[in-house]
Design a protein around this ligand. Structure first.
Ligand SMILES: [Zn+2]
Length: 437
């Protein structure tokens, strides 16, 4: 692969996932995110018609096709009752009876598919737009809620911004997802990636420095730790966190029941992470090439989760002018790594690196993951049950007692997985946080 790309192209394609790096303003996507209620809309009775505006919290959804989970039953003509941001009941085949007795906000979602809310496990709230709550809300709609994300993992942003957003969302001052924070962004000595300002990221050179550094980040409110097990400097030079330092970081984090997510960059960064307790790989690592079965088995046994970020590779290489052939080859290496790890029984988490990547549409990621052999059920697990169980006490399914985090789709995702990108409405804790106009 390396021989197929120019040096300039290689340099340009490696500065990926620039944690803590301010990103340029997004090309403004269409702001189709308003939630203005319209009065007097009749109950929609035809699947092709527009969904009626949902103007109340904790609506009762009737005539729904409910996909209860990746491997759970699909319930036809079901009713989903919500109370205080939690799923109260899910009842198949009895909509008429419940509708008659239901409270004031009953919404027919006939012909629609209701799924548990999605997770994006690799995002960044680094854009300056997030510094101001009034401008943050619109971007959160465009970037996350519009694609069904009711929970996200930030893997590198200013903690003050993250805590401000979390507080505003929890207080319902703005609409947004649950935010899990991976803090730190630790590198080895002089190991800030060359595409970031020199010395920007905090350094850990010796194992003994790890526990206080990790604890300070967790004490400040992070849920997990981000590290650069491999940090890009030049096409031929990566600075690695030494294995014993990675081990000291993961030990310190695990003592606090916190996770560690690593940016691997290449094979050595990946292997050092896997063999020293890292829980999650933030990307595939195309420069590492095909991962051999023995390594895949070590990853699976260590219960390492992989967030592929496949669409990111094309987006990054293309904007730096890498020829199409080089892009295809690079992306295919990522697809192959995902295919092999999934086939080996490894856990996969959905994640796209949005916030760094300024193209928010998830369609291509679903298509690429499908090309790696993940079917609808596998994809739904990466979006719901896998991350929910890893990051929370919830299950990521539609069941009594689960959070009322829901996604409503117009098209059947079991027929075409790209329907997972076409969101009609998103509910977070029972509140409609996005509805397509
Ligand atoms: Zn990233």
């Amino acid at each position: 692969m390396l021989k197929e790309l120019t040096r300039a192209a290689l340099v340009s394609m490696l500065p990926l996932c620039t944690s803590c790096q301010p990103t340029p303003p997004a090309e403004a996507p269409p702001a189709s995110v308003a939630l203005a209620p319209s009065l007097g809309t009749a109950l929609n009775q035809h699947p092709a018609a527009k969904l009626q505006p949902i103007v109340c919290s904790d609506p009762t959804l009737v005539h729904a096709t409910v996909v209860t989970g990746p491997h759970g039953p699909i319930l036809e003509n079901a009713t989903v009752e919500l109370t205080d941001g939690v799923i109260r009941r899910v009842v198949p085949g009895s909509a008429e009876q419940l509708e008659a007795a239901a409270p004031d906000c009953v919404v027919s979602v006939e012909g629609r598919f209701v799924l548990a809310g999605f997770w994006n496990t690799h995002v960044h709230f680094t854009d300056p737009v997030f510094n101001d709550l009034s401008s943050a809300e619109a971007r959160i709609q465009e970037m996350l809620l519009r694609y069904g994300f009711t929970s996200v993992v930030d893997t590198g942003a200013d903690p003050r911004v993250l805590h401000s957003l979390r507080k505003a969302i929890a207080g319902r001052g703005i609409r947004g997802p649950r935010i899990v924070i991976a803090g730190g962004s630790f590198v080895y000595k002089d190991g800030t990636p060359s595409y970031l300002p020199k010395g920007l990221l905090p350094e850990i050179a010796l194992p003994g420095e790890a526990p206080p550094a990790v604890e300070a980040v967790l004490d400040a409110g992070a849920d997990g730790i981000k590290i650069f097990s491999g940090s890009f400097q030049t096409p031929t030079h990566t600075i690695y966190l030494p294995p014993d330092v990675i081990g000291a970081i993961t030990d310190a984090a695990h003592r606090r029941d916190a996770f560690v997510v690593a940016h691997p960059t290449d094979r050595e960064g990946l292997v050092n992470a896997v063999d020293n307790g890292v829980d999650i790989l933030a990307h595939t690592a195309p420069p590492a090439g095909t991962l051999d079965p023995e390594l895949l088995e070590r990853m699976r046994e260590a219960k390492v989760a992989l967030t592929p970020t496949l669409k990111l590779w094309r987006w990054e290489l293309k904007r730096h002018g890498v020829p199409e052939q080089g892009i295809q080859s690079y992306v295919q290496r990522g697809v192959t790594q995902l295919r092999d790890y999934h086939a080996a029984g490894g856990e996969v988490l959905f994640g796209t690196d949005v916030g760094y990547m300024q193209d928010f549409d998830t369609t291509e990621e679903f298509a690429l993951m499908a090309s790696a052999g993940l079917d609808f059920h596998d994809l739904l697990a990466t979006l719901t049950t896998h991350p929910a169980r890893r990051f929370t006490e919830t299950q990521g399914t539609i069941a009594e007692g689960e959070p009322a985090d829901l996604v409503i789709l117009q098209r059947d995702p079991t027929e075409d997985v790209t329907a997972l990108a076409e969101i009609e409405a998103t509910l977070r804790a029972g509140e409609v946080v996005y509805q397509r106009q």
